[in-house]
Design a protein around this ligand. Structure first.
Ligand code: 6R9
Length: 569
């Protein structure tokens, strides 16, 4: 029987912070923020204070704030300890001249020190610029140059990738060990917190920028209610939760939902240092008793392709999982329900939106294939080419009525780019295409430029990819439109095989027939190529369809050129 939805588990729904989506009109209210943010009434905030110091002031100093493991050794920190460390770090920054609005870059592996330095920069009133640990020299240069970074905290390995001569704005660089030593002298100093206005900057993230140069998205302090309230209702953090977000804070998911949203809600946060390793990940969940787990489709698909490995572990602590960054294939949700007995809640948002906008709640039904519904109080629409709203179930541009609390404050020194996100009639344009069904569930179709027109029909790559990975041999799939004289485009799929499968005669044809009979004849890929791996963004693991397409076009051009040479030789 075709499965279409998964109801909420009754026990879990009863405990969820949001009991009923249907009766909830709005959650991002100032009144709500006042109740939840201790310093909001004064009109001056500091995100780091609300994440850490506030819990100590309210008597939770001994509660575990952080559990770290790198596979070899573990470390634990209480909220009081995190306050102490980040206070010392903030003093070092202030003594070195860091002022409100200065850019302090952090280039460290996923580790407690990475989290602590981000918070310390914010305590000192600066804008934190976390850099992803896999960045090479060009990526570091582009970002630090663009916003004229003045301070940098890094370590002895990563420092080799910092092009000092090209960043003349840089005033001081610390090695993290030296930084830590400098902080010792502030053992008994007063609180270093710098109180800030809601429009003061807090974080700068550069978007992946698959076209053009990366853009510096600036989040201001005013995002706090967004982080806090989505952390409470979407992550659904309670006091006994152990929460693990697998992303590095260099990606917005790793900062907003790795650091801020969980800690604003007083969660015990897990950090895993090092790369993906299925065994290590499962054993971490078992050992730390992870209850809420936030990751990305690419990671879930990798676990899925490991087959029965999960059976060696006790994963019953998991209450729900969350996913972001890429379309979440229904197959993956059903797999998770079967093997973890927990649902994966998809969430849609962007670096620019500052926090969740389309979500699933533990208390509500999910429709696999859909990203969920608008967060209460957010208006999501599907627009036509004139930016006018379309009726239910029609495919168009995914847009959001502006503003909302998390919305970026600016694109660093690029007003023109910032303005280009907004229409004259008040919508924010995401650059994604989607449709919304009669119940308000939003279905992702693709990035604007990923949509495929084949023989007059419009096909979204996501639907084809999801069908492909339902085939037992297929682990991952990237689908593109390959230029074709006759049809405009034909559908071409690049696939990787699951563990234990290898290519055999007729396999690709079998897969093609599978999509043809299960989805639609016109959506079945005419070409299927088996590859070792798919190109993905380094930072968030998104499949780079544009790159696949570009490579395909280059290959075609080479073939044409060599044909021509043969003929004219
Ligand atoms: C948080 C983040 C934003 C783009 C976005 C969209 C894609 C994000 C998604 C999703 C399908 C989801 N995206 N969430 N696509 N389903 N649940 O990913 O930020 O790196 O800025 O990327 O990612 O295309 O426009 P960012």
């Amino acid at each position: 029987m075709e499965r279409t939805h998964i109801e909420a588990d009754k026990t879990i729904a009863k405990r969820a912070n949001l009991q009923s989506y249907e009766n909830t009109k709005e959650l991002f209210t100032w009144d709500h923020a006042l109740q939840e943010l201790s310093q909001a009434p004064s009109g001056k905030w500091n995100a780091a204070y609300e994440c850490i110091d506030r819990h100590v002031a309210e008597g939770y100093g001994d509660k575990k704030a952080l559990l770290f493991t790198d596979g070899d050794h573990d470390e634990t920190f209480t909220f009081a300890e995190v306050k102490h460390i980040t206070d010392g770090y903030a003093h070092v920054l202030k003594e070195s001249g860091v002022k409100v609005g200065d850019r302090v870059f952090i280039f460290l592996p996923k580790s407690p020190a990475c989290y602590f330095t981000i918070l310390a920069a914010i305590k000192a009133g600066a804008i934190a610029g976390p850099l992803f640990e896999a960045f090479m020299e060009d990526a570091v240069r582009e970002r630090m140059q663009d916003c004229e970074a003045q301070y940098l905290i890094t370590d002895e390995n990563l420092v080799k990738r910092v092009p000092f001569d090209d960043v003349p704005s840089l005033l001081k660089t610390w090695d993290i060990e030296e930084f830590d030593r400098e902080a010792q002298q502030y053992e008994d100093a007063d609180s270093p917190i710098v109180w800030l206005d809601e429009q003061d900057g807090m974080l700068i993230h550069y978007t992946s920028g698959s076209t053009g140069k990366p853009k510096g998205v600036l989040h201001a302090q005013k995002v706090l209610p967004h982080h806090l309230i989505t952390g409470k209702y979407v992550l659904d953090v309670h006091d006994d939760d152990v929460y693990w977000c697998t992303s590095h804070p260099g990606w917005v998911t790793g900062s907003v939902y790795g650091v801020f949203a969980p800690w604003l809600n007083r969660a015990t946060v897990v950090i895993h240092g090092g790369r993906f390793d299925a065994k290590e990940w499962y054993s971490l969940i078992e050992r730390f008793g992870v209850t809420i787990w936030y990751s990305a489709p690419t990671a879930f698909r990798m676990l899925m392709s490991e087959g029965d490995l999960y059976k060696d572990f006790n994963l019953t602590s998991l209450r729900h999982l969350l996913s972001v960054g890429e379309p979440l294939n229904p197959e993956v949700i059903y797999w998770a329900k079967d093997v973890f007995n927990a649902r994966i809640h998809d969430t849609w948002w962007m670096t620019e939106t500052g926090g969740h906008l389309i979500v699933n709640f533990p208390s509500a039904l999910i429709k696999p294939g859909s990203m969920g519904r608008a967060f209460p109080g957010v208006t999501v629409g599907i627009l036509d080419e004139n930016n006018e709203p379309l009726p239910a179930n029609e495919v168009g541009k995914l847009a959001v009525k502006a503003p909302w609390p998390g919305l970026m404050k600016e694109i660093w020194k690029n007003k023109e780019k910032f303005d280009s996100y907004f229409t004259d009639n008040g919508w924010y344009l995401s650059g994604d295409t989607a449709r919304i069904d009669e119940d308000g569930y939003v279905f992702f179709e693709g990035r604007d430029d990923d949509l495929i027109k084949t023989a007059g029909e419009q096909v979204g790559p996501f639907e084809v990819e999801s069908k492909l990975i339902e085939h037992p041999a297929v682990a991952e799939a990237g689908v593109i439109g390959k230029p074709d004289e006759l049809r405009g485009h034909i559908i071409k799929a690049f696939i990787t095989l699951r563990h234990g499968y290898s290519d055999y005669d007729g396999l690709t044809e079998e897969i093609r027939q599978f999509v043809k009979t299960k989805l639609a004849a016109h959506a079945a890929p005419r070409e299927i190529e088996i590859v070792e791996e798919l190109p993905k963004t380094k930072i968030s693991g998104k499949i780079l369809r544009r790159l696949l397409k570009q490579q395909e076009i280059e290959k075609m051009q080479k073939e044409v050129a060599s044909e021509w040479q043969k003929k004219n030789a």
